[in-house]
Design a protein around this ligand. Structure first.
Ligand code: FES
Length: 105
Protein backbone atom coordinates (compact mmCIF):
# COMPACT_ATOMS: atom_id res chain seq x y z
CA UNK A 1 0.00 0.00 0.00
CA UNK A 2 1.33 3.43 -0.90
CA UNK A 3 1.41 6.03 1.87
CA UNK A 4 2.03 9.74 1.57
CA UNK A 5 4.18 11.26 4.30
CA UNK A 6 4.74 14.96 4.98
CA UNK A 7 8.35 16.13 4.80
CA UNK A 8 8.47 19.91 5.30
CA UNK A 9 7.28 23.19 3.78
CA UNK A 10 8.78 23.79 0.33
CA UNK A 11 10.34 27.01 1.65
CA UNK A 12 12.45 24.97 4.08
CA UNK A 13 14.16 22.98 1.31
CA UNK A 14 15.62 25.52 -1.10
CA UNK A 15 17.68 24.57 -4.18
CA UNK A 16 20.93 22.82 -3.29
CA UNK A 17 19.61 21.60 0.06
CA UNK A 18 18.64 18.17 1.32
CA UNK A 19 16.75 16.65 4.17
CA UNK A 20 17.08 13.14 5.52
CA UNK A 21 13.94 11.57 6.93
CA UNK A 22 13.08 8.24 8.49
CA UNK A 23 10.12 6.13 7.56
CA UNK A 24 9.75 2.90 9.50
CA UNK A 25 13.18 1.27 9.10
CA UNK A 26 14.20 3.20 5.98
CA UNK A 27 16.20 6.43 5.79
CA UNK A 28 15.41 8.59 2.77
CA UNK A 29 17.26 11.61 1.40
CA UNK A 30 15.07 14.31 -0.17
CA UNK A 31 16.97 16.74 -2.42
CA UNK A 32 16.21 19.98 -4.16
CA UNK A 33 18.23 19.95 -7.40
CA UNK A 34 17.79 23.45 -8.74
CA UNK A 35 14.05 23.26 -8.14
CA UNK A 36 13.57 19.60 -8.99
CA UNK A 37 12.62 17.56 -5.91
CA UNK A 38 14.00 14.03 -5.79
CA UNK A 39 14.26 11.32 -3.16
CA UNK A 40 16.45 8.25 -2.83
CA UNK A 41 17.14 5.67 -0.17
CA UNK A 42 19.91 6.83 2.17
CA UNK A 43 21.82 3.57 1.89
CA UNK A 44 24.40 2.93 -0.78
CA UNK A 45 23.94 -0.28 -2.75
CA UNK A 46 27.68 -0.98 -2.56
CA UNK A 47 28.37 -1.22 1.15
CA UNK A 48 25.47 0.51 2.93
CA UNK A 49 27.24 3.91 3.05
CA UNK A 50 25.22 6.98 4.14
CA UNK A 51 24.56 7.95 0.55
CA UNK A 52 22.34 10.98 1.13
CA UNK A 53 25.06 12.64 3.22
CA UNK A 54 27.39 12.72 0.21
CA UNK A 55 28.34 15.63 -1.97
CA UNK A 56 25.39 16.91 -4.00
CA UNK A 57 25.85 18.18 -7.55
CA UNK A 58 22.58 20.05 -7.91
CA UNK A 59 23.21 20.93 -11.55
CA UNK A 60 23.78 17.31 -12.57
CA UNK A 61 21.28 15.93 -10.02
CA UNK A 62 23.79 13.48 -8.59
CA UNK A 63 25.14 12.60 -5.18
CA UNK A 64 28.53 11.05 -4.43
CA UNK A 65 28.66 8.31 -1.81
CA UNK A 66 30.94 9.51 0.98
CA UNK A 67 32.26 6.01 1.65
CA UNK A 68 33.87 4.93 -1.65
CA UNK A 69 32.85 7.62 -4.11
CA UNK A 70 30.22 6.09 -6.40
CA UNK A 71 28.16 8.82 -8.01
CA UNK A 72 24.40 8.16 -8.18
CA UNK A 73 21.81 9.72 -10.45
CA UNK A 74 19.12 11.10 -8.14
CA UNK A 75 16.46 10.80 -10.84
CA UNK A 76 16.91 7.07 -11.43
CA UNK A 77 18.84 5.84 -8.38
CA UNK A 78 21.39 4.26 -10.71
CA UNK A 79 25.11 4.45 -10.00
CA UNK A 80 27.10 6.21 -12.71
CA UNK A 81 30.52 5.16 -11.38
CA UNK A 82 31.95 2.12 -9.62
CA UNK A 83 32.28 0.49 -7.17
CA UNK A 84 28.47 0.45 -6.82
CA UNK A 85 26.66 -1.21 -9.71
CA UNK A 86 23.15 -1.77 -8.35
CA UNK A 87 20.57 1.04 -8.19
CA UNK A 88 19.09 2.36 -4.96
CA UNK A 89 15.37 2.93 -4.41
CA UNK A 90 13.84 6.20 -5.50
CA UNK A 91 10.59 7.71 -4.19
CA UNK A 92 8.04 10.01 -5.85
CA UNK A 93 7.98 13.53 -4.37
CA UNK A 94 4.92 15.78 -4.53
CA UNK A 95 4.18 19.32 -3.46
CA UNK A 96 0.66 19.99 -2.18
CA UNK A 97 -0.38 23.30 -0.64
CA UNK A 98 3.27 24.31 -0.29
CA UNK A 99 4.17 21.12 1.56
CA UNK A 100 6.70 18.56 0.30
CA UNK A 101 5.38 15.01 0.52
CA UNK A 102 6.82 11.63 -0.24
CA UNK A 103 5.11 8.52 -1.52
CA UNK A 104 6.37 5.35 0.13
CA UNK A 105 5.29 1.72 -0.05
S1 FES B 1 29.38 2.31 0.26
FE1 FES B 1 28.91 3.68 -1.34
S2 FES B 1 30.47 3.44 -2.79
FE2 FES B 1 30.93 2.01 -1.25
Amino acid sequence: MTLTIDICPLAELPPGERRIVSFEDVEIGVFNCNGELLAIEDRCSHDDGPLAEGELDAAACTVECPRHGSVFDLRTGKPMTLPAYMPVDTFPVLVEDGLIKLEVD
